[in-house]
Design a protein around this ligand. Structure first.
Ligand SMILES: [Cu+2]
Length: 209
């Protein structure tokens, strides 16, 4: 599982470079290379938490949103673009299937997060239309980036994407499950199967800690 391995490698490198319990000298971390003390206390998030990146987005409702707001909830996150004609609709449909299979209490706690890498076309208003078209209720969080936030999150998740001449994107097909601390606990790579595993990983993420 390459993306997870990459993240773990980065996290390990950051841990080695930074003494425990203190901010220490600026070190090349998994986020943006800046010292964690500036934005978030070093102790705020666990070492492998994606929420250390503290990247900013805008919701489809136009609200400023930081990933750290998801702390405490089991999270499913996928990068996508709204006008995708093939893979992204399949991924979203699979996430809807996963969500439908969760026990009620877990479904209410879990956040299903879709982040668009089509920052030019998938404005908050466009994402609001997508929400309506796909029938995504309040359990879904649709996020518009600035480009650097999307790129940073993609790097942390091991998602690769590239805009093509026709305006579409070639991209990795995967979704990721984060535990309550924002650590990656599971990824489904590809477009088929793995829904049982995803449901189980979410159930575990929803009960741990
Ligand atoms: Cu797609």
């Amino acid at each position: 599982m390459k993306p997870l391995f990459l993240l773990l490698t980065l996290a390990t490198a950051a841990a080695a470079a930074e003494p425990a319990g203190s901010c220490g000298a600026p070190a090349p971390g998994p986020a943006d290379g800046s010292c964690c003390c500036a934005a978030v206390p070093a102790s705020a998030y666990s070492r492998r938490s994606l929420y250390q990146a503290d990247v900013a987005f805008t919701t489809d409702g136009g609200r400023a949103f930081r990933l750290g707001e998801l702390r405490g909830r089991p999270v499913v996150v996928a990068l996508f673009f709204a006008s995708c004609g093939y893979a992204c609709p399949l991924i979203v449909a699979d996430l809807q299937a996963v969500r439908a299979r969760l026990p009620d209490a877990l479904r209410e706690r879990a956040a299903f997060v879709l982040v668009s890498f089509d920052v030019a076309r998938d404005t908050p208003a466009a994402l609001a239309r997508y929400r309506e078209q796909r029938g995504l209720d309040a359990g879904w969080i649709l996020l518009h980036g600035p480009d650097d936030s999307v790129r940073e999150l993609a790097a942390l998740l091991g998602v690769k994407y590239k805009q093509e001449a026709d305006g579409g994107f070639a991209h990795s097909n995967l979704f990721t499950i984060l535990d309550a601390e924002g650590e990656i606990v599971h990824q489904r790579v590809g477009l088929k199967g793995g829904l049982d595993e995803a449901v189980a990983a979410l159930a575990k993420a929803g009960t741990a800690r």
